[in-house]
Design a protein around this ligand. Structure first.
Ligand code: FES
Length: 688
């Protein structure tokens, strides 16, 4: 029992603190406070996974004066490790060093002991580790004639003796089970290792029992996991060290299901119309996942057999097809998921070529249209962890929207359609080299400047012509479409109700008649790229659907303004928030508080891979999120009609207007134009 005179120890970055008697091993102190410090060798001074750094100085805020003299000097175990494996300056082994006074202990973000590991850039955030996989080195008593216990039972007894209550503060391994695939290999492995083995234990509350899922002869010092985001367009995979938390390889590829249908609706239709359609799409996605696994393993120079845990996220249709579930029910009201809670399953049941004992955790889905990908974005960005209201928008064929704070969170999806991805636009295309991604229009001459993917220079800069010739200028991608429509509005080429103004033809020969409407020539080259009135309408319909969904959630929360906006996904990464706001795609907000968060779904998957608490956190959050079905809400239609105007018929966007002068709003025209506008019929599926 510690008393008030015992040394005070503060662990960073978690901030957990407590008093411990002199001589307490730092590893033990950390464990008692629930600070996850890795250990594979059980404190034998072999694995080096328990490294820490002592912060020196006077930490007045915490009332601690910490110095190297408050920790025991390196003993023989630590000296041996430092000599054999090199301990970086300032690093200590927490299993072999004891508390001698007040301390501030830093857990390095990544304790790298494996020299071959190559770090890959990820979003760089620190994720405290508490994985579902433990590596436990153990020495097992040899069998003898007087003790009839089986090899597994003696191994289990040794694990309980050395490790129970140390790998995880709440561990109870009395009911440890062994996977069947290991039973047949157990005896040769024990003998090969001369009764010294490294056990791989999987333990997670939502799985039934802690289980022995892998076994290595002798000492083994690495285990890996995979975090994967299965999008309807692309699949992104990260290979992560479960012991250091480092992302060591990443890869991505197109979702091969595209050949069955570009958007999700057509994939569901494919399943409905082809008896083996579901199976075909499940097979191709799993094959691609296996290809990606080989790729990341090759890049990191590891074997897939060392992969023991995987987390997956995806929209509901991707989620179902990956798990081998027929998604037909998601295509029609009431859009019933086969399962909305998190799924724990063997990787082998999903044909994934990793260690036969590997376990898969699939994050929960929020609703029939708001998937595990939106749950992962929520986990990554954490509206439920803060006081300020945060809006998360993941734009795809359908937009998934989450709005809330720690008090309350609501979610919905909006049928935006594929316009933001370049479909339904006459010169639209997917984001690829040669696609126009940035547009500026001179408000006096109406001459455009453009930038294309793959070329850094603007079109009026020297060298653009030569560099752009490599790819050609092939079309306009989603971010380019947002910019060109917004710039046309700022240059008065279109009115605030979205009509291309024929009067502007007097000002520029880029405005041309197109039947009864007008078009704007964005690019004259080998291929002429023109923005037509129909294109503008498609963007208006898409953005109005998105905004109406957001507005509905704001009504539910009883709020008129949003403090923070996060744009997730590939589309969110490339659109300029300013232009998104000028179009009225997202609500008025301080521009500095609008951020693209890239593949936040992948980050959420990685958080769930590395820390079981994050799994419980998102399971609990998803249970509490209120699901709003936009199709059932009578106000959706009115919000949609208002949002057809640029940026909006009734909302003045004061924060945006402080920074950008918007053309005068002509509400009369807007009313006339939008009176006949209808939100697109709810698409039957949602996409990412
Ligand atoms: Fe293995 Fe400290 S726990 S070296």
């Amino acid at each position: 029992m510690a008393d008030n005179t015992d040394p005070l120890v503060l662990f960073m970055p978690s901030g957990k603190r407590g008093r411990f008697p002199h001589g307490t091993p730092i590893l033990t102190a950390g464990r008692e406070l629930g600070v996850y410090i890795e250990s594979v060798c059980g404190g034998r001074g072999i694995c080096g996974r328990c490294q820490i750094e002592i912060q020196s100085g006077n930490f007045a805020k915490h009332g601690i004066s910490s110095s190297g003299s408050s920790i025991s000097p390196p003993g023989p175990k630590e000296q041996r490790y430092a000599k054999k494996r090199e301990l970086k300056p300032g690093r200590r082994l927490s299993c072999s060093s004891t508390i001698q006074g007040d301390l501030v202990v830093d857990i390095p973000a990544e304790v790298q002991v494996n020299a071959q590991v190559v770090r890959k850039a990820d979003d760089g955030r620190y994720i405290e580790r508490n994985p579902a996989i433990h590596l436990c080195y153990v020495e097992v008593p040899e069998p003898d004639m007087h003790n009839p216990l089986g090899d597994f039972d003696r191994l289990k007894a040794a694990l309980i003796k050395d490790w129970s209550n140390s790998a995880d503060g709440n561990s109870n391994w009395d009911d440890l089970t062994i996977d069947h695939h290991l039973l047949t290999r157990l005896q040769p492995v024990l003998r090969k290792g001369q009764w010294k083995v490294t056990a791989v234990i999987h333990e997670d509350k939502s799985a039934t029992h802690p289980a022995l899922i892998g076994l290595y002869p002798g000492f083994h010092n690495e285990a890996y996991g995979i975090a994967c985001d299965i999008g309807s367009t692309t699949i992104a995979m990260h290979l992560v060290s479960l012991l250091s938390g480092a992302t060591i390889a990443s890869s991505g590829t197109s979702n091969p299901q595209i050949r069955f249908g570009e958007d999700l609706m057509s994939r569901v239709s494919w399943v409905m119309m082809n008896p083996d359609g579901r199976e075909a799409m499940t097979t191709v996605v799993r094959k691609t996942l296996n290809d990606l696994i080989s790729q990341v393993c090759g890049e990191a120079n590891i074997v897939a057999d060392d992969i023991f845990n995987m987390t997956f996220v995806g929209n509901p249709i991707m989620h179902h097809l990956f798990l081998g579930i027929d998604p037909t029910e998601l295509g029609v009201a009431p859009f019933a998921l086969a399962v909305s809670s998190a799924v724990q399953i063997f990787a082998s049941e999903l044909d994934l070529q990793v260690n036969p004992g590997a376990r898969v955790y699939v994050l929960p889905c929020i609703a029939g249209h708001v998937g595990a990908d939106a749950a992962a974005v929520t986990l990554a960005e954490g509206p439920h962890r803060q006081d300020e209201l945060m809006l998360l928008v993941d734009v795809g064929t359908n937009a998934e929207i989450v709005l809330g704070n720690k008090e309350r969170t609501v979610a919905a999806s909006s049928p935006t359609g594929p316009a933001f991805e370049g479909a339904e636009i006459s010169c639209g295309q997917r984001a690829a080299p040669g696609a126009i991604e940035r547009v500026r229009i001179n408000p006096v001459t109406l001459e455009p400047r453009i930038r294309i993917i793959g070329v850094e220079k603007w079109s009026d800069e020297e060298g653009f012509e030569e560099e752009s010739a490599i790819h050609g200028i092939t079309g306009v991608c989603g971010s380019g479409i947002i910019e060109v429509v917004a710039e046309m509005y700022l240059a008065d080429i279109i009115t605030n109700d979205g009509v291309i103004d024929g009067k502007m033809a007097k000002k520029s020969d880029r405005i041309i008649a197109n039947g009864r409407t007008w078009s704007y020539i964005l690019w004259r080259g080998t291929q002429e790229l023109t923005i037509t009135q129909t294109d503008i309408r498609a963007i208006q319909l898409a953005k109005a659907a998105l905004y109406a969904g957001i507005r509905l959630l704001m009504d539910k929360m009883g709020i008129g303004a949003i403090e923070q906006i996060r744009l997730a996904g590939a589309f969110g990464s490339f659109i300029d928030p300013k232009y998104a706001m000028i179009l009225g795609l997202i609500p008025d907000c301080e521009l500095d508080n609008v951020h693209a968060v890239g593949n936040a779904a992948g980050v959420g998957a990685k958080m769930a891979l590395l820390n079981r608490n994050h799994r419980r956190e998102i399971e609990d959050t998803v249970r509490r999120i209120e699901k709003i079905e936009t199709a059932l809400e009578t106000d959706f239609q009115q919000h949609f009609v208002n949002a057809m105007a640029l940026p909006n018929k009734v909302e003045p966007f004061p924060k945006l207007q402080k920074q950008i002068k918007l053309p005068d709003i002509n509400t009369q025209t807007a009313t006339e134009t939008t009176a006949n506008s209808q939100p697109r019929r709810r698409r039957r599926t949602r996409g990412s």
